[in-house]
Unconditional design. Structure first.
Length: 119
């Protein structure tokens, strides 16, 4: 009985391998380490200080905070109903703990309701 497979030539590499002298395939990218809460430990954190249905109100809040020297910005998200929501956030922090400390200061100094979240 004859085999239907062709013999492999010496200059051909088996499928799924690189030919000799070719660079090895790059390893898959590594993910940052996870913290106990499942979030990445080096993720950028921020403080949310308000959420509005009206862009004008969000911009006014941002301007007040920016006028006080804070790194405030507005994030626009679309809710499930297709309606835009405007979230006012302050700062970027390397760890959740840094953000929580800053949030506590904001709460005490400016009487704001704060929420620490991923940026």
């Amino acid at each position: 009985m004859r085999s239907t497979e062709e013999p492999q030539r010496p200059d051909e590499a088996p499928q799924g391998t690189s030919p000799p002298g070719a660079p090895a395939p790059a390893p898959p990218p590594s993910l940052p380490p996870k913290s106990a809460g499942g979030q990445t430990s080096q993720a950028p954190w921020t403080i949310q200080v308000g959420a509005y249905k009206n862009r004008r109100q969000a911009d006014e809040s941002r301007q007040q905070l920016a006028g006080a020297g804070l790194d405030a910005y507005v994030v626009t998200l679309t809710a499930q109903e297709g309606v835009a929501r405007y979230r006012v956030r302050v700062g970027t922090f390397r760890t959740r703990e840094e953000a929580a400390t800053a949030a506590e200061r904001l709460r005490a100094q400016r009487s704001l309701t704060t929420f620490v979240t991923l940026k």
